[in-house]
Each structure stands twice: as C-alpha cells, then as structure tokens.
Design a protein around this ligand. Structure first.
Ligand code: TXA
Ligand code: MG
Length: 337
C-alpha cells in the first residue's frame, strides 16, 4: 500500500452472544495487507497495525506524526499468545491471571523468537503486551490471528480518542479504516506495570493501583515519568534504566565516507568509500523513509552483532519519518555513562 485512501468508517455490531463482529473480517483484511485500522478497546480507541510487519508499523508512526519512535503495546487475544512474545515472571503470571482480559499492560522481557517487528519495540529488549476485553477489539484480534500494535488513535500531542468521531477528526485521510464501536467504556488508557527485575507501576491508568496491590507488591520506580512530555513513562530495559536502544558500537552520524574498520549503515546510493566497510546494510537503497524506519533497529542490531567497533551512518533527511529516525540515531550515538 502507498498513500492511504480516503478513510472508511464502518459500524461495529457488538454481539452479546459472543459471535464474531461483522466488522472484524474487513478490518482483518486491511490489517493483513499492512494497512491501518482504528478500533475501540475498553480504554480508548487504538490505531492498529500488524505488529509483525515492520513497514506497517513505520506507516503507523507516520500517520500519528510522532517525532520519535515510542515503543508500542502489542495487543493479543489471550495470555497464551502473550507468552509467545515475552517472558513472564511470577508477578506477571499473577497479574495476567487476575486482570486479563482488561485494562492492564505488562512490560516484560522480549523473547528471542518474538515475531514483533523491532521497530514496534523501538529496539528495546522489553515488550509491552496487553489482552483487551472489548468485544470489537477481540473480534478483530481473533480474525487477524496476529499480534496488533495499537497506540491511542490520535495525532501526536493530542488527547486519546474515546469516540470514532475523535479518531476521524485526527486521522482522516491518514488511515484506511475506522471501526466505530461507539464510546469506549473506560475512557482512560490502560495501567502499565513492568515485571522485570522489580514490579513497578509505570503509568497509572484505568486499573487502579489498589487493585494491583491486592495481587502483587509494587516497587517504587527509580525514575520520573513523563520523559516524552506526554505523561508517558520512559521505556525500561531489564536490570537498568535505559530510555532508548543503545548499541555497543560507536555511531558516527552524517558520515560522507567510511573509515577503516567501520561498518556502514547506508541510506540511498552508497558513498564512494563503501567498499572499505567491514559490512554494509542499507536502510533503503531507494531512499524511502518508511522502508528506512522499518529497517532501522534491525539493521543497527545486525551491524552491532557483527562486532565492529564503529558504525558510520550516512545522512538521513529529516522530512516526514526522517525526524524520528534521526532522533533515534542521535540517541543511539550519545556517549554512555
Ligand atoms: O489503553 C491503552 O493502553 C491504549 C489502547 C489503545 O490499548 N494504548 C495506548 O498506547 O495507550 P500508547 O502507545 O498511546 O501508550 C503506550 C505507552 C507509551 O507511553 C510507551 O512509552 C509505553 O507504553 N511503552 C511501550 N513499550 C514499553 C516498554 N518496552 N517499556 C516501557 N514503556 C513502554
Ligand atoms: Mg497515547
């Protein structure tokens, strides 16, 4: 898919007897083809994309107009599907048992064989997972049969939408489909809890802290929330507080050449000295920013894994998704303590 067509809106027929919603099949078709579909959850409307399709995820960031790649929540049909993505400790098992399906998101260590695109987790070793309870969300998840990333379906910097009209006002012409299931029952985002070395409340939300504390003991987070300026928590990595993906290799940005011993992360036509590089990976040979975003974290990881001490990174224009790509490159290049 290239430029999104006019945004379609279809009404969900939420059935009481548990039948598959009639809007679910068309929504699943769009999602499987890499398209973007907004749908109601019990908290707020989410903007869904196939979590395993890096280009679909890149398009989602573009549609939201996010200036940086925040990690996204992977939505799945049940705890078994969540266990295919992440490792559960005892606290996570207890929370899942008590509150799923429902407005609770768990941040967990990402499994090595997790099929979710690296871009969706912003290159982190952790992944946020949630099992929604809303019948329309569940019908769509069941029809797609894949995890869906779904950030709140608003433009970056706007408030989370609780009606299809809110979604339309923000995203008309930027996404393929909106499934209108009326007003969302809770109107507040899911509560986010990290179950890593410690169990910590990362984002207060629709499930109150007192409910959590009936099931697990919470540690106090050692960082302040709001790193992104939207009351969003800074992403955590196991055992440390890492707000972004950090490669082992040193990154040299805006490189116009390759120096001895460097690997090359290219964009567009290769620089003349590219044949000097220990290894070359191109974010997008044709200079396409959506393709580049889709490849960003997986290419960085692959170059890092090859063991070179330094990676030369060719300039990436800052238009469109380029702003977010450059944001992450600058962070990845920052010297570490
Ligand atoms: O209720 C909700 O959670 C809604 C509905 C649609 O499911 N979704 C939602 O997604 O609020 P979003 O993208 O607007 O917020 C997700 C939050 C972000 O603040 C992000 O930084 C955090 O989850 N997050 C995602 N992965 C993370 C990770 N690995 N570590 C820490 N925080 C993470
Ligand atoms: Mg949001």
């Amino acid at each position: 898919m290239t430029a999104p067509p006019a945004t379609c809106v279809i009404k969900a027929q939420a059935t009481k007897d548990g039948d598959v919603d009639t809007a679910a099949e068309p929504a699943a078709r769009v999602l499987r083809a890499g398209g973007l579909v907004a749908f109601p959850t019990e908290t707020v409307y989410g903007l869904g994309a196939d979590a395993t399709n890096a280009e679909a995820v890149a398009r989602l960031y573009e549609a939201k107009g996010r200036p940086s790649f925040n990690p996204l929540i992977a939505h799945v049909i049940d705890a078994a599907a969540a266990r295919a993505l992440a490792h559960f400790d005892q606290a996570a098992e207890r929370l899942a048992e008590a509150f799923w399906p429902g407005p609770l998101t768990l941040v967990l260590p990402r499994r090595a064989d997790c099929p979710v695109a690296e871009l969706a987790t912003a290159g982190l070793d952790t992944i946020a997972v949630r099992v929604p309870s809303h019948p329309v969300a569940r019908a769509i998840l069941a029809a797609v049969g894949r995890p869906l990333v779904a950030p709140s379906a608003n433009r970056s910097g706007h408030v989370s939408p609780t009606t299809a009209q809110h979604v339309l006002a923000d995203l008309r012409g930027r996404i393929e489909l909106i499934v209108d299931g009326g007003q969302t029952p809770m109107g507040l985002e899911s509560t986010i809890v990290a179950c890593l070395d410690a169990t910590m409340l990362l984002r207060p939300g629709a499930l109150p802290r007192t409910e959590l504390e009936r099931v697990v003991r919470l540690s106090e987070p050692t960082q302040t929330a709001g790193a992104t300026g939207h009351n969003d928590p800074a992403p955590l990595a196991p055992g440390q507080l890492a707000s972004h993906y950090a490669p082992r290799a040193r990154l040299r940005l805006n490189a116009k050449n390759v120096e001895a011993g460097e690997a090359l992360l290219a964009f567009g036509p290769l620089v003349a000295s590219a044949d000097r590089a220990a290894l070359v990976l191109n974010l997008s040979a044709r200079g396409d920013l959506i393709e580049a975003a889709a490849n960003l974290f997986s290419h960085l990881r692959a170059l890092d894994a090859a063991g070179t001490a330094a990676i030369a990174v060719m300039p990436v224009p800052s238009a469109g998704l380029g702003e977010a790509i450059n944001d992450r490159l600058v962070r990845a290049a920052a010297p570490r303590a």
